[in-house]
Design a protein around this ligand. Structure first.
Ligand SMILES: Cc1ncc(C[n+]2csc(CCOP(=O)(O)OP(=O)(O)O)c2C)c(N)n1
Ligand SMILES: [Mg+2]
Length: 789
């Protein structure tokens, strides 16, 4: 790589200042100039942007190539928008609407921003860690010949120093080490301030050790060129400067030149006289502000020197709020320049009033050409990459044979059959699991398709001819990514795999398995995956107190409620293997559909007798969230509404009660999530001008505010009278089903699990937690008696 000419460095410095100006102005405009409709503070982080502009100028206008992908520190979002504004891929209107409806988002968003955002960020730590998993996905794609080596890129995370407190970063670091990841740069904006205050001094020395021990190269950019030269010449000043704590440094940056002088005089006395004489106050402030993360020469040099594929941590010393009046102040995280300060800043930039949005306003003629050249030469993608959908051919998924089977076993069987079928879908599937591959029934699939590793790992047990049902060798061709026990990593892996189509143009079909209760462990990472519209299938098994002897610590209660509240993820909870087959087929299809989403299957280890179906009508209902397993007869007053593993109890109770309760129905719920969504959507459509298909084109009077298509759940429940009774039962929090009473005003007796589980046989536990036939009878009596009296 050619050494950049001095004029290029000068141009990058000017761009650095320009990003500082534009990011501060965008935030200022949103807070002080745009008309406020609610009187609330709009917010934005001028100080957090200011400490990153040099790093981002060096990256986007020099170091990054077209295949590199970046996760930008959330609160530096305005800098990313400013960069794309200069590149012509962001428009002024979106910046003027920063943090407003339809405007540039507060934190970079893949789905909502119009500029190409490689990774959404917002929840600190996750954007950092996902870059490691995306680099693993890139390795997977090249190993499977789905991507050319030449198209490989680097994965860059720009992070705040306080993000290093997020534990998920270290979980990812460990996993990344095991998988020997490469092509990753994590660049710490080391301004030594967080949201509340200045960061603790003690940790810093440890970070480089932690990373080095995980195979990373650590590059510390502590001093800029000028500061380094000055400190080299004055060893005493260097040791004094190095001894300052984070808070002292920040305070001095805030106070400025006179304070630096006074402090040096106080600490070093006569020994510093010569040094102080050679620097006036403003020279002192300038010199000590020349930290590595603000020195363009140092940044460019460091990035150019790290072009191999070794994962690299850059610790770039910066000043939070650099160049702004609150630089270094411990309270500056959400600080905003006031209009007077902003006017002074504008003038210092040579920007005329009224021309604030002019991209290169105030840049002198001598420099203009070089700056324009640097912008033009930027190699990063200007446009959003097209999403890749509709490429996966989904075969019919056969129902696994067996009179008695559990949904978990059926899942394993479906994957095994797919693996053996040689269907192209199977070649796109990548499975992953945090050390529960075998216990979630993925083992047979792994036996067929193998573990993925860039370099081969032999199965020592197999080589030694030790009998084992599970093969465990790894190779480039493998299709299972085994993770250590860290559910955060599972969801980040699924997020990265699930973005493969959008990021690399090759959609993969990721399937992740874990135990249902431990979804909670990775919940924010799951939300993060969905927020980016990553597409995957999550199989959570075993679940509920049906897990029996494993006890309360492993028996999940609330995941169906979690799923109901999670956008971008649909919950299916089948009772029977044939339902699961239909749902998996749907989940594969949804994963590859622009209007689709990810799916979550809550499965069980309880083997139950399968049904002999007389017709196929149930399928459509099962995909929409429920169907009548025993339709209510005429004059019916009540129904049992059951989900998942407790279906045998519901069926038995139905047999027992049907004489006493003529017409009693049994509704099999396969997804409370979908039923609820359908219900609220139907209501919203009535008012939001999205008429149901049969009313479309008939004008608004009929379509909006008038008749509406009843939702699936309304159609199902209208088989019973208003005022009828529903006994709902699920091996989960009863609230997952009890809301059904609100749909048509029917009364509900909800059965479910509300206390922590415990060990026990199924019969004991179902009796103790009221999930058995007796409980259903009692509940039915309770709910029907008042109407009869
Ligand atoms: C998971 C999570 N917790 C809390 C926050 C709120 N928050 C946003 S920025 C921030 C501090 C960030 O400090 P640092 O990473 O050093 O960034 P700086 O602004 O100093 O560059 C916090 C606590 C968040 N965004 N995400
Ligand atoms: Mg910080």
């Amino acid at each position: 790589m050619l050494k950049p000419a001095t004029t290029d460095i000068e141009a990058l410095k000017i761009l650095d200042e320009r990003l500082l100006w534009l990011s501060a102005w965008t935030i200022h405009h949103a807070n002080h100039l745009r008309q406020s409709r609610d009187g609330l503070k709009v917010g934005g982080h001028q100080a957090s942007c200011a400490s990153m502009t040099s790093i981002m100028a060096a990256l986007y206008f020099h170091a990054l190539g077209p295949n590199d992908r970046v996760a930008v520190k959330p609160h530096a979002g305005p800098v990313l928008h400013a960069i794309h504004y200069l590149l012509g891929s962001q428009d002024r209107e979106a910046l003027e609407r920063f943090r407003g409806l339809g405007g540039a988002q507060s934190y970079p968003s893949r789905t909502k921003d119009r500029i190409p955002v490689d990774f959404s960020t917002g929840s600190v730590g996750l954007g950092v860690a996902i870059t490691a998993f995306s680099s693993l996905v890139q390795d997977y794609l090249t190993a499977h010949d789905l991507m050319d080596e030449g198209d490989r890129g680097r994965f860059v995370a720009l992070l705040g120093d306080a993000e290093l407190d997020e534990g998920n970063i270290y979980e990812a670091l460990i996993e990344a080490y095991k998988h020997d990841i490469r092509n990753c740069w994590w660049i710490v904006d080391y301004n030594r301030q967080s949201l509340d205050a200045v960061s603790a001094d003690r940790m810093f020395e440890r970070f480089d050790e932690i990373f080095r021990s995980c195979g990373w190269r650590v590059v510390e950019l502590r001093y800029g060129k000028a500061l380094k030269a000055a400190l080299d010449a004055e060893p005493r000043i260097r040791s004094w400067f190095d001894s300052l704590g984070n808070a002292e440094l920040s305070a001095l940056h805030y106070q400025g030149g006179a304070a630096w002088r006074a402090r040096i005089e106080a600490d070093l006395g006569k020994a510093a006289a010569k040094f102080l004489k050679g620097h006036d106050d403003s020279a002192l402030a300038r010199l000590f502000s020349d930290l590595g993360g603000h020195c363009m020469e140092s940044l460019v040099e460091a990035f150019d020197a790290a072009r191999d594929d070794v994962p690299t941590l850059f610790i770039a010393w910066t000043i939070k709020g650099r160049g702004l009046p609150f630089a270094g102040h411990k309270d500056n995280h959400a600080g905003l320049l006031n209009p007077t300060q902003m006017a002074a800043f504008r003038e210092s930039m040579g920007v005329a009033e009224g021309r604030e949005w002019e991209k290169l306003e105030g840049i002198g003629d001598n420099a203009l050409g070089a700056v324009e050249g640097a912008i033009e030469r930027s190699r990063i993608a200007r446009d959003k990459r097209p999403r890749s959908f509709g490429r996966i051919d989904v075969p019919a998924i056969p129902v696994p044979a067996g009179e008695e089977q559990s949904t978990q076993a059926a899942f394993g069987r479906i994957l095994l059959d797919l693996a053996k079928s040689g269907h192209p879908l199977a070649d796109r599937i990548v499975t992953t699991s945090p050390d529960v591959t075998v216990s979630t029934n993925l083992g047979a699939w792994v036996n067929q398709r193998g573990l993925f590793r860039r370099s081969e790992i032999a199965d020592v047990f197999a080589q030694a001819k030790i009998a084992s049902a599970q093969k465990w060798s790894a190779a480039k061709s493998g299709q299972h990514i085994e993770l250590g026990i860290a559910e955060n990593n599972l969801f980040l892996m699924l997020a990265a795999l699930g973005l493969s189509g959008d990021m690399f143009g090759e959609r993969l079909v990721p399937i992740g398995t874990l135990y249902d209760p431990f979804i909670a462990r990775g919940l924010d990472a799951l939300n993060y995956a969905c927020y980016q519209d990553a597409r995957f299938i999550l199989v959570a098994t075993p679940s509920g107190i049906t897990l029996g002897s494993e006890g309360g610590a492993h028996q999940s209660i609330n995941p169906p409620l979690i799923a109901m509240g999670q956008p971008g993820l649909r919950h299916y909870e089948p009772a029977f293997a044939d339902e699961l087959a239909v749902m998996m087929e749907e989940a594969f299809r949804l994963l590859d559909d622009p209007a689709g989403e990810s799916s979550y299957f809550r499965l069980s280890t309880r083997a139950i007798r399968q049904l002999e179906r007389e017709q196929d009508g149930w399928r459509e209902g099962a995909l929409q969230g429920g169907y009548w397993l025993r339709p209510p007869g005429t004059g019916a007053e009540a129904a049992i509404v059951a989900m998942g593993a407790v279906m045998p109890e519901a069926l038995a109770a139905w047999e027992e009660l049907k004489e006493d309760l003529p017409g009693l129905g049994l509704l099999a719920v396969t997804s409370p999530d979908l039923l609820h969504r359908g219900w609220t959507e139907a209501q919203a459509n009535r008012w939001s001008g999205n008429p149901p298909p049969h009313l479309q084109g008939r004008g608004t009077s009929e379509a909006g505010g008038g008749a509406r298509e009843p939702s699936h759940v309304e159609q199902l429940l209208s088989a019973l009278p208003r005022g009828g009774g529903l006994v709902t039962i699920a091996d989960a929090a009863p609230a997952a089903l009890s809301w059904l009473g609100g749909v048509l005003g029917q009364r509900v007796a909800p059965l479910g699990v509300e206390r922590f589980g415990q060990t026990g046989s199924l019969a004991d536990l179902y009796a103790a937690y009221r999930l058995d036939g007796a409980a259903i009878s009692e509940a039915a009596a309770e709910i029907l008696l008042p109407t009869r009296s």
